[in-house]
Structure formats: C-alpha cells, structure tokens
Design a protein around this ligand. Structure first.
Ligand code: GDP
Ligand code: MG
Length: 178
C-alpha cells in the first residue's frame, strides 16, 4: 500500500463502499474530473482513477481510487477489493435509511477484515436533497464518532464538500518515517 511513498509524497489505495446508487462513482468523478453527469444511471463503471492533492505542509497525497462497477452487490468479493486499502470511504445517501444501515454493515466488515490502521470516512451523500432527507446529520455524526471515523456530508451534484472530504482524509493518513 505504501510502495512508491516517501515522507513527502504518499501514495495510497482508497476504496469506496456502500449501497449501489448512493453516488460513489459520482463522488469519484467529481473529485477527479470536476464533473457530474446526471444521466449516468446506476454506475459509470470507472474502475480505477487516481488524483494527487497537495497539502499545506508541501506534502502530496496520490489517491489510487478503486471504484466498483456494481461489485458492492456481492459481499463475498469485497475482501479482495479492500485488501491493502489505506483508506475506506463508506458512503450512504441521506435520503435513504436503508443505505445508512448498509453503510454500518460495511463499517463492521472493515473493522473485522480491513487493515488495522485503515483510515475510514463516513459520507452522507446527496446533501443537495435536503427536502428528501431521511437520515439526520446527528445520526451520521454519532455513528462516526462511536466508530472512530471522520464524518462529512457531500453532494457530488453541487460539488459541496467533495474536495474537503479528500483533504480531511489526507490529513489523517499515517505518515511513513522520514
Ligand atoms: P453508485 O452506484 O454508488 O456508484 O452511484 P452513482 O454514482 O452511479 O449514482 C447513482 C445515482 O445518484 C445517479 O443517478 C446520480 O446522478 C445520482 N447522484 C449521485 N450523487 C448525487 C448527489 O450528490 N446528488 C443527487 N441529487 N444525485 C446524485
Ligand atoms: Mg458506481
């Protein structure tokens, strides 16, 4: 996972987990390409994208992002997918309590089978759909706190908090010794 990393330039594998339809692929495309495609149906099928960000301390973090092409439906495949991941971004849709429960399932899976020092983020996406909200900010915050995760609500549609999500993750990464 840290191959190609040094004290100034980190390279990390990042996986996204969560129910299909919550916006995982859209979050990736918004972050990497600055785009949102409202016509994409269930998944856009991007399997591997990378994006480098620079932090204020002049270090850089290159995220190697593994997006699923619907494999999230097959729980048995997941361990192959998140093996060696330094970061897991667990996404739900704030309009879908079912997706919030599914997110909790993934958090438990990662706690059981993920790397011991994995950085986990809980993301409530589709925050632009406030009038359809069914999962409160408080529910997300409390669950994340209990599980030692970073929590943020995002909108891939409006770009709200998308860069912040990745910047906060970058700040939380364990640093290799200089
Ligand atoms: P995935 O299956 O988790 O990868 O979900 P997708 O990224 O394919 O998105 C599923 C659907 O949700 C698509 O129709 C997107 O246009 C829509 N979507 C994704 N993110 C947002 C968002 O932030 N706001 C809104 N309103 N729709 C979104
Ligand atoms: Mg997808």
């Amino acid at each position: 996972e840290s191959a190609g990393s040094d004290a100034k330039n980190l390279r990390v594998k990042l996986v996204l987990l969560g129910d299909s339809g919550v916006g995982k692929s859209c979050i990736v495309l918004r972050f990497v390409r600055g785009q949102f495609d409202p016509t994409s149906k269930v998944t856009v099928g991007a399997s591997f994208l990378s994006q480098t960000i620079a932090l204020q301390d002049s270090t850089t973090v290159k995220f190697e992002i593994w997006d699923t092409a619907g494999q999230e439906r097959y729980a048995a495949l997941a361990p192959l997918y998140y093996r060696g991941a330094a970061v897991a971004v667990v996404v739900y849709d704030i309009t879908s309590p079912h997706s919030f429960h599914k997110a909790q399932y993934w958090v438990k899976e990662l706690q059981k089978h993920g790397s011991a020092d994995i950085v986990m983020a809980l993301v409530g996406n589709k925050a632009d759909l406030q009038d359809k909200r069914e999962v409160s900010v408080q529910d997300g915050t409390e669950y994340a706190e209990k599980n030692g995760m970073f929590f943020i609500e995002t909108s891939a549609k409006t770009a709200d908090n998308i860069n912040q999500l990745f910047e906060e993750i970058a700040k939380r990464l364990p640093r290799p010794p200089p």
